[in-house]
Each structure stands twice: as C-alpha cells, then as structure tokens.
Design a protein around this ligand. Structure first.
Ligand code: NAP
Length: 278
C-alpha cells in the first residue's frame, strides 16, 4: 500500500475483534481502490477529539461501532436522512462542506434479508427484539418495505414504546415488553438485543414463533448464536446470524466513501471460512 493511500478506519472500544479491516481490505483489493483501513481503539472520553484529529490529518472516512454510534451524531456537521431518523451514526465521510454522518446498518440488514436470503418483508408481521442503537438504525429501512405490522419488544418496555412512537410516521409500529408481543406467530423475528453476548434469550412467548417463522440474529459468532440455536430448537423455518448484514453495511459505507459498490458475495464466503461461521 502506498504511503499516499487514502486513510479509513473503524473507531470502537473494544475493537480488536473487528472484522471490518479484513472486509474493507478485501473490498479495496477487489475494486482496485488505493486506500488503507485500520481499527482504532478509542475510549468514549477521547472520541470527539480523536475523530477531529483523524479528519484534520487527511483521514477520509470512518466506521463507528460500539459504544460511539450516538456520540458520532454530534461530531458530524451534516446527517443523511436515515442517520437523522436513527439518531445514530455508523459511518463518517469527509465532504467539502465538512463531516457527513450516515447510518448504513439498516440498508445492510435489508440487503442481506431481501437480496441474499430472499426474505419478504412487505405485508408480513415483523417482531424486532431490542430498542438500542441497532434497532434505531434498522427501523426506517424495514418500515420503508411496508410490513403489515412491526412490533418492537424490549426488556425495558418504555424504551420500546418511545422508539415506536418516534417511528409511527413511517409505518405501523407498536412498542411492548417481551411478554406482551401477542399470541400469534410472526413471519420474521429479528434479534437486535445484545443478549447473545451473554448467552441470554429474550423471554418472548413460545407462540410468537411458528413453523413458518424466519429468525435473524444481528449478532454473529463462530458457531450458531444462542438465539439462532433457540429458534432452531423451537422449530422455526430458518434462522440466520448477522454476518451477512455486517458485510452489506460495510459495502454501503464503502460505496459512500468511494462511489464503487463492491461484490459482497465473495467477501462473505471468504469471511465464513475465516471465522468458521455458518
Ligand atoms: P445497545 O444499544 O447496547 O442495545 C442493547 C439492547 O439489548 C437493548 O435493547 C437492551 O435492553 C437489550 N439487552 C441487553 N442485554 C439483554 C439481555 N440480557 N436480555 C434481553 N435484552 C438485553 O446495542 P446495539 O448497538 O443496539 O447492538 C445490539 C446487537 O446488534 C449487538 O449484538 C451488536 O453486535 C449487533 N449489531 C450487529 C450488526 C451487524 O452488522 N451484524 C450491526 C449493528 C449491531 P434494555 O434497553 O432493557 O437495556
């Protein structure tokens, strides 16, 4: 890589486990882009200063991951519509006017669900578990596909209610606690909680999942996540983890930065081999 290569990276804490340098390195190689991409471990107290320094030193773009997605809203000079609606930013890009903040998580999820996995959202009953930053990012793109209904369920019910209220202008949403999701099976259940990190399963009623229900965990790991195992044991139609979303949201960021759309299928297959993931 030439020393003059355009600088990109990911800011997070911790960030050592991040697959983004591998993904963007592959995208750059396969599209012939002259760029470097590094992971930076940045603590919350230093986040704003480090972002400013990065761009002052000719950095061109950053991915932002936990725990900085909300703080990144403030550091951007301008937000895309989807980032403003999510009130969370996972991508920063240098523009002539300043730093642009975007959120590519939702577009990445929808691309994986619809294009890669052939899942239909329109007119279907959706259940989204969790009301944190990831849920904020995925709600608008999911609602744009006009599901019949979208229920947000969260451990802290008030956060789900507040989030549903903030998105009602985009479609039919309802916010509830895990036990109040209703008795009928959903067509699609998306786990956007971080419960998989501790091996917990959100305690939704068994009736929420039927033989035609598709389940998708935003979390991913070497083996099936706890939620994917739980869904398969409960007899769902199909269950997936979020490696595809990770690659697709990265491709959206790459496109924003470089104006070139990389081939995600090849990188996803390499990543599955590299991580031993299913
Ligand atoms: P976050 O803002 O910290 O929100 C965490 C959410 O999980 C909250 O709704 C919280 O409920 C809930 N939660 C935490 N522990 C729980 C437990 N033991 N049982 C039930 N609910 C629990 O995190 P986030 O940024 O939204 O991320 C959520 C997940 O999505 C993470 O696993 C992250 O890695 C994944 N993610 C994946 C991708 C991808 O590309 N595949 C992209 C973004 C995020 P309370 O409100 O009650 O605390």
């Amino acid at each position: 890589m030439s020393p003059a290569a355009d600088q990109y990276g990911v800011f997070g804490h911790p960030v050592g486990h991040s697959l983004s340098p591998f993904i963007h390195g592959m995208f750059a190689r396969e599209t012939g882009q002259e760029m470097s991409y590094r992971a930076y471990d940045v603590v919350s107290e230093e986040f704003v200063v480090r972002v400013r320094e990065f761009f002052e030193r000719d950095g061109r773009g950053l991915n932002i991951t936990l725990p900085h997605k909300i703080a990144a809203v403030e550091v951007a000079h301008e937000l895309t519509e989807r980032a403003a609606h999510a009130a969370a930013v996972n991508t920063l890009a240098l523009r002539e006017e300043g730093i642009l903040g975007d959120n590519t998580d939702g577009a990445g999820l929808v691309r994986d669900l619809c294009d890669n996995l052939g899942i239909v959202i329109t007119n279907r009953q959706l259940l989204v578990l969790g009301a944190g930053g990831a849920t904020r990012g995925i709600l608008a793109p999911l609602l744009a596909l006009e599901p019949a209904a979208l229920v947000i369920a969260n451990r802290t019910a008030e956060r789900a209610e507040a989030l549903a209220a903030a998105f009602t202008d985009l479609g039919a949403t309802r916010g509830v606690g895990f036990t109040d999701v209703g008795d009928a099976p959903f067509d699609l259940i998306i786990n956007a909680t971080s419960a998989s990190l501790t091996g917990d399963i959100p305690p939704i009623p068994p009736s929420a999942l039927g033989p035609d229900t598709v389940c998708y965990d935003l979390a991913y790991g070497r083996s099936a996540t706890g939620f994917v195992r739980w869904a398969e044991d409960a007899g769902c139609a199909r269950a997936f983890q979020g490696l595809g979303m990770l690659v697709e949201q990265a491709a959206e960021s790459f496109y924003l930065w470089r104006g070139v759309r990389p081939d995600t299928a090849h990188v996803l297959s390499l990543l599955r081999v590299r991580t031993g993931s299913t």
